[in-house]
Design a binder for this molecule. Structure first.
Ligand code: BG6
Ligand code: MG
Length: 224
């Protein structure tokens, strides 16, 4: 693992790292699961984190044994319906919905000269960042519509490095999903996972809450 002094930038996942939209995605997908007749479980919800909209739908269908029950057009309609419900939920987001400590961490990092980018699978990321009042802190957002492969493929974090104009070794990627941690590790960046103890065992740096993530606590973990 690099030393903290080597780090020059951060690539952030958005949903579940900066704001608790993982909960809102879950709420919207649960309606889809009910519609198609797939039982909604905590494991299914966890497995969808970091996964693109259409792939998530495929996983929900497969979990209920409905993988072959819908045409492509019907699947697109189900995904659109989910997105409409989700967009209603994210309309209500304000700066008060930034997860504990994340606003301070983002502002501190920028004040200390670190470069920040967003590596989120969500096509709604620009709208969410805007509602949270955080757009100005990020050099850029990787557009997930332009990717050939989603998380756990490294592409999205490699693209975030290009946005930051930094080599992978100088970047910490922040994630709440197993797919995202795999993506960061495969990109050759330092993975920082935020999840309950025992979840995200592949994360190089582990935190159990966003409130614990500060430049000082990261430096301590990397240099010990
Ligand atoms: C990720 C979420 O950030 O974005 C996933 O963790 C979600 O749950 C994915 O499916 C795509 O989001 P959207 O907003 O484009 O449907
Ligand atoms: Mg996430």
């Amino acid at each position: 693992m690099p030393k903290f002094a080597d780090i020059k930038g951060f690539a952030f996942d958005l949903d579940g790292v900066i704001t608790d939209t993982a909960r809102l995605h879950g709420q919207a997908w649960r309606q889809t699961a009910d519609t198609v007749g797939t039982p909604w479980t905590a494991e299914l919800a966890e497995s969808l984190k970091g996964i693109s909209r259409l792939e998530s739908l495929e996983m929900i269908l497969a979990a209920g044994g409905h993988a072959n029950d819908y045409t492509e057009r019907e699947k697109e309609a189900l995904a659109d319906e989910k997105n409409e419900a989700y967009q209603e939920l994210i309309k209500t987001l304000t700066p008060a919905d930034i997860l504990p400590g994340m606003g301070d961490f983002i502002r501190d990092a920028v004040a200390q000269g670190y470069r920040l980018s967003i590596a989120s699978a969500s096509k709604n990321a620009p709208a969410i960042l805007n509602n949270l009042g955080l757009t100005k802190y990020f050099i850029g957002i990787v557009d997930p519509a332009t990717l050939s492969a989603g998380k756990p493929d490294p592409e999205i974090f490699v693209r975030a490095a290009a946005v930051l104009d930094l080599p992978n070794e100088q970047i910490i990627g922040l994630e709440d999903s197993a797919a995202g941690i795999k993506s960061i590790n495969a990109a050759g960046q330092t993975s920082l996972g935020i999840a309950a103890a025992g979840v995200l065992p592949e994360a190089k740096l582990h935190f159990t809450a966003t409130s614990q993530v500060t430049l000082a606590t990261i430096a301590t973990k990397m240099n010990q």
